[in-house]
Design a protein around this ligand. Structure first.
Ligand SMILES: N[C@@H](CCOP(=O)(O)O)C(=O)O
Length: 399
């Protein structure tokens, strides 16, 4: 059953509906699973390991083996900050971001519904993922991108996998409103995170975190927040495993936004359940350059219900954190992902995060999604003749 998160109105699983026709709020898929946790023990490590929790037809699965991403203990940064730090590396998914989890389930649902065209608005990763999964399923894909605001790697992926790319004069929020109208008029099946089946795939990040920790909850999960689907999905996953009796505690959900795109942090600071949308969001972290997040109700519920937190970070803090994780721990991530590390640092310094907490930072996309920013943050190659004595001089000087 699909249910409105605000008024509770129920809808049939196969109804193509994105928001509640009664109150306009977002929807959630309700599932009822009763299997012991050893059910998952000997299965391959993809999101379909937890297939009982995925509300789609198993015979229609569209997959690229998404999920089962690295869970890296980061001792160096952890020790510097006085916490027990793990990083969930979502850039290791097939197209390089966590969106693949959502698209696998979302495109499977599209096949089940028998649609022939899928679409989305995107800051880049969603479109890259949609294009790849639509190609795998043999569906037509249409993506709306804010002109000039999409990182090069992501644009290349959407184009390469055969999506019809429409470059829109406007920001992501405007593009999402436009594509939503096309979906309501049945031109396409919308696979942004406003589609509740997308988040069913993404909740597997929460499943994997507690499974990776030996069926224990961390004290806190920190992640970047843009359209706010992922924090909502991870909290849903954690809550489902808690309700199933697999874990005894739940983590404090902690969302980080860029200073120039922080409607959820602003609402959190006022202890409000409503956001004031930001009309011109701005940040270097293009993936979270979003002023009117569709899942804000779910995200604020996750933060308040878990006694979590929300904080902003500056673009400079994001870029510093990106370099820190890349150079100290060898993990290459795109700028938006680094908001989680920057947020951890800030909240540890301000005392919101206690010494010794077990923290999982979710880093959402691969470094190569945004090669321009990676190059700007790095020392350019040194031009040199292919001559041993010249090379030796350079190596000695650099040491
Ligand atoms: N960062 C996202 C924007 C939101 O997409 P959503 O479908 O998850 O709501 C992107 O990559 O496009």
């Amino acid at each position: 059953m699909i249910k409105c998160v605000s008024c509770g109105k129920a809808f049939e699983n196969n109804e193509i509906i994105y928001t509640c026709d009664e109150c306009g709020s977002v929807l959630e898929v309700e599932i009822d699973v009763d299997v012991p946790k050893n059910t998952f023990d000997c299965r391959r490590n993809t999101l379909w390991k937890y297939k009982e929790f995925m509300p789609v037809d198993e015979k229609k699965i569209v997959s690229l083996d998404e999920g089962g991403t690295p869970f890296c203990k980061c001792n160096k940064i952890g020790e510097d900050l006085g916490v027990d730090l793990y990083v969930k590396v979502e850039g290791s998914n097939p197209t390089g971001s966590f969106k693949d989890r959502g698209m696998s389930v979302g495109v499977t649902k599209a096949m089940e519904l028998g649609v022939d065209t899928v679409g989305c608005a995107s800051t880049g990763n969603t479109s890259a993922s949609l294009a790849a999964y639509a190609a795998r399923a043999g569906l037509r894909s249409i993506v709306l991108l804010p002109e000039g605001k999409v990182a090069l790697g992501k644009l290349a992926q959407a184009m390469f996998h055969g999506a019809e790319v429409l470059s829109v004069d406007g920001n992501f929020d405007e593009a999402l409103k436009t594509v939503s109208q096309l979906a309501l008029e049945k031109y396409l099946y919308l696979l942004n995170s406003i589609n509740p089946y997308r988040l069913e795939g993404q909740k597997s990040i929460g499943f994997e975190i507690v499974n990776d920790l030996g069926w224990e909850s961390p004290d806190r999960i920190i992640l970047p927040v843009g359209n706010a689907g992922n924090i909502s999905a991870i909290w849903k996953g954690i809550s489902e495993f808690y309700n199933a009796g697999y874990i005894e505690d739940k983590p404090m959900m902690t969302g980080i936004q860029a200073v120039g795109a922080a409607p959820i942090v602003n609402a959190f600071n006022k202890k409000s359940m409503k956001i004031d949308p930001i009309t011109n969001p701005e940040t270097i972290a293009t993936a979270i350059r979003i002023g009117d997040p569709v899942s804000y109700t779910k995200a604020l519920n996750a933060i308040y219900d878990s006694e979590g937190y929300a904080e902003t970070v500056t673009d400079d803090e994001i870029l510093d954190a990106q370099k820190l994780l890349g150079r100290k721990e060898g993990i290459g991530i795109e700028p938006a992902s680094a908001a989680s590390i920057a947020g951890l640092k800030k909240l540890r310094e301000s005392g919101v995060i206690d010494k010794g907490e077990k923290i999982v930072c979710v880093v959402t996309g691969h470094l190569l999604k945004d090669p321009d920013t990676a190059i700007k943050a790095s020392t350019p190659p040194i031009k040199v003749k292919s001559d041993v004595s010249e090379l030796k001089k350079i190596l000695e000087n650099n040491n």
